[in-house]
Design a protein around this ligand. Structure first.
Ligand code: ZN
Ligand code: ZN
Ligand code: FE
Length: 760
């Protein structure tokens, strides 16, 4: 047997029936966390093997390109956890314990094949005891590349903000725990980067972290000491429970209990479940963790270091990315000292280098299944396998929530989440991830795929590469990404709803219905915009994404013209003061800096503004999220009116003209409801019902059985689930995202699919 960059090669000899049974049993009896992406068998000459041997990896004969799968980082397994807390074990309290079933992978690999010299463990010389385990095929740590122990492996240190060592080893961990307990902010070097941690029950500490990190209201993720402690604050169903405890161990958005129980500050809680709680001093969670949000982003410890720290603390902590605002996460301790200066009071660090940043993944359960909203640790860089072989390609993604992708033969490797390309640091991370993935998989692209938006940094990067570039329309990329992960080809109706994307006509799209054909024979993608939401102007352009009142006033102006400014009983008009209103009015009249949009995301913003739910977003998508949460409080089934003018739209219309979904009647209905005092939740729910009805109506007109739901708007669980139910009732086959995000984190995959059909 040999394990190299092409994958695993096994040579077996024996009778034909036994060889067949060996092959049959392989998929079921393969090691945990291994995946078989393809299995090829060939007849060889008899070699006369007498025993089972494993031949050490050879730096592969260079003619092949590495195609082996790099595994994601895997959460600590139950066996390692048992040893971690067993005083008799030689790795008792060792914060870097791991085995072949768990531990770091993607975050420590420097090259393929995955062997110790090609990891950041290369600098640690194995002790005799570790070496014996590593060499013993019967041991759980046989060829566990990051194998280590107290004697030979990485160690902890606690630093003050000037980088002075305060404590080492377990004392460092205890001192860091003490600091967190007393309300300080600790920067903790974990698996794929730093976290900033504070006591989640200490409101002063949480608010101080918000202020220093310049993060106003965006929810903070929490790390809990145990499942029992999570269940104390949130309702957790069996899907969510399994996912919390899974090898991927992502952050899961969990619904909070309406009236939270409080928290124990003692150790008993995580040991013995909830009854200890009643007897101990109790403290509720800080109200500043996720203001106005009925969900909490929750994860469990996923490295031995986190387990030890959380056992010591026994209460939930904020575990937010160690960065400022929207910058990429810090991975290096010296860099962290600089970038987190003035934020962290202490730095709990270690000397196992992190090769690449890997953020915590974020999952929301939709239709009883996981949907990744941010794809990184535990998932990246597992490939999406396509049916058609592809030439070497690089896709550079979009602008917000950027990821990139490289394609090699039939696999697409989508990078871990990089982030919004708004800062120099994020653009650096984009650059390094782009070269990193190309180098790891030895992909020399012949072609680059990028968005059509001329101002995206990713687009400019592609244009400056000197290679041929394929421009892929943003919403088409959303639909193709969703098709790829659902292994779909042929004809679909794509519903691509999001905040912004550069349209084929140069306007801002975002409420699109695309008829897409991805030919089963591998031919080029055909697509047509068959319908879209009615357009309206966005005064101030990009500023409108931050101020829902701007979407609302643009929409009202489009509908009521100058009369809109006289509707002073409406919240969006009142949200502008007497200086601002004439300026906005003039801008709208003269169409100055008022781009036209068909964006569903901006329509959500406009309705949130009409309900006076929110006039200013403190983070991307806040108003739309709050509108969803409001609607969730209602069971209302009615919908508002809308017009779909071409009621007898011929499917193969020669005119190529798209249908316009006119929501103006719905806006009139909403204003009437507001005047007659209908409750916010009812209005919000009726609005959601209206959108679902629009989707089903367009599906009926187009009568294409497969309907794809993609784009950031489908992170909205109420919208997604209602649309799926509505489409199924009307006998359509809806598809949505699971492993690849519906937001712009999926754009790179869609770009690859499009470009691969051109480059063949
Ligand atoms: Zn393990
Ligand atoms: Zn050792
Ligand atoms: Fe998008």
């Amino acid at each position: 047997m040999r394990n190299d960059a092409q994958g695993v090669t096994i040579e077996v000899e024996g009778k034909a029936d036994r060889l067949a049974s060996f092959r049959d049993r392989l998929p079921d009896e393969k090691p945990p966390h291994s995946s078989i992406y393809s299995l090829e068998a060939v007849q060889l000459e008899l070699a006369g093997y007498e025993s089972f041997t494993i031949i050490s990896s050879q730096p592969s004969a260079i003619s092949h390109q590495p195609s082996a799968i790099i595994l994601p980082d895997i959460a600590t397994c139950p066996d390692c956890l048992d040893e971690l807390v067993n005083p008799a074990d030689r790795r008792y309290h060792y914060p870097f314990i791991n085995c072949t079933h768990c531990g770091p992978r993607f975050s420590i690999i420097t090259a393929l094949p995955y062997d110790r010299p090609n990891t950041t463990m290369a600098g640690f010389q194995m002790c005799d005891a570790c070496r014996a385990e590593y060499d013993n095929p019967a041991d759980r740590r046989f060829h566990a590349q990051p194998i280590a122990c107290h004697d030979c492996g990485p160690q902890l240190e606690l630093w003050n903000p000037t980088g002075e060592v305060l404590n080492i080893r377990h004392d460092a961990l205890l001192a860091a725990a003490e600091a967190i307990r007393s309300g300080e902010i600790a920067a903790v070097k974990g698996l794929g980067g730093f976290h900033l941690m504070v006591d989640a029950r200490n409101d002063d500490a949480v608010c101080r972290l918000r202020r220093l990190k310049r993060r106003e209201e965006k929810p903070f993720a929490l790390m809990y000491p145990s499942l029992a402690a999570v269940e104390n604050d949130c309702s957790v169903d069996h899907v969510e429970r399994n996912l919390l405890l899974s090898p991927a161990s992502p952050i899961i958005l969990l619904p909070r209990h309406p009236k939270p129980l409080s928290h124990s500050g003692t150790q008993e809680l995580w040991n013995s479940g909830t009854h200890a709680l009643m007897h101990s001093c109790t403290r509720a969670l800080s109200p500043s963790l996720a203001p106005g949000n009925p969900y909490l982003g929750v994860m469990l410890p996923y490295t031995p270091l986190h387990h030890l720290l959380m056992m010591e603390l026994g209460f939930p902590v904020v575990a937010t990315s160690g960065n400022l605002s929207e910058e990429p996460i810090c991975t290096d301790e010296r860099d962290a000292l600089e970038r987190l200066a003035g934020v962290a009071d202490l730095f709990l660090v270690h000397n196992r280098p992190i090769v690449r940043h890997v953020d915590d993944s974020i999952v929301r359960i939709m239709m009883g299944r996981e949907m990744l909203l941010r794809r990184a640790r535990g998932y990246a860089p597992l490939p999406v396998v396509l049916k058609q072989p592809m030439p070497p390609l690089l896709a550079v993604g979009g602008h917000l929530k950027n990821t990139i992708a490289v394609a090699s033969s039939d696999k697409v490797f989508v990078s871990q989440h990089i982030g919004d390309l708004e800062t120099a640091a994020a653009y650096d991370a984009f650059n390094s991830t782009t070269s990193d993935l190309q180098r790891m998989y030895a992909v020399q692209p012949k072609l680059l795929a990028c968005d059509r938006h001329p101002d995206y940094l990713s687009t400019q990067f592609a244009q400056e590469s000197g290679l041929p570039v394929v421009f892929v329309q943003h919403h088409l990329a959303h639909i193709l990404a969703c098709m790829a992960e659902n292994e779909l080809t042929g004809e679909v109706l794509g519903v691509a709803w999001d905040g912004t994307g550069y349209g084929d006509d140069g306007t801002v799209w975002g409420g699109e219905f695309l008829a897409v054909n991805l030919p089963t024979d591998g031919g080029a993608v055909e697509h047509r915009r068959v319908a879209h939401l009615r357009t309206f102007p966005l005064p101030g352009g990009d500023q409108a994404a931050r101020e829902p009142r701007r979407s609302a006033i643009g929409l009202l102006y489009e509908q009521f013209s100058d009369d809109a400014f006289k509707m002073t009983d409406l919240p969006p008009i009142r949200a502008f003061n007497s200086h601002e209103l004439p300026i906005i009015a003039a801008a709208l009249e003269k169409r100055l800096n008022c781009p036209i949009t068909s964006s569903a995301g901006r329509l959500f913003d406009a309705v949130a503004s009409l309900l006076d739910l929110r006039q200013f977003n403190r983070y991307e998508g806040q108003a739309a999220m709050e509108l969803e949460f409001l609607a969730m409080q209602s069971e209302e089934e009615a919908a508002y009116h809308f017009n779909l003018p071409a009621a007898h739209y011929p499917k193969d219309s020669p005119t190529n003209e798209s249908l316009v979904l006119d929501f103006r009647p719905a806006i009139c209905d909403i204003i009437d409801d507001l005047k007659s005092g209908v409750s916010g939740p009812t209005i919000a729910r009726r609005f959601h019902n209206t959108l679902v009805k629009m989707i089903v109506e367009v599906a009926r007109l187009m009568s294409i059985p497969a309907v794809i739901l993609s784009g950031g708007c489908f992170q909205n669980r109420l919208l997604l689930e209602s649309a799926v139910h509505g489409l199924r009732t009307a006998i359509f086959r809806p598809y949505w995202h699971q492993r690849i995000p519906p937001n712009d984190g999926g754009i790179a995959l869609g770009q690859v699919v499009y470009a691969s059909r051109i480059a063949r």
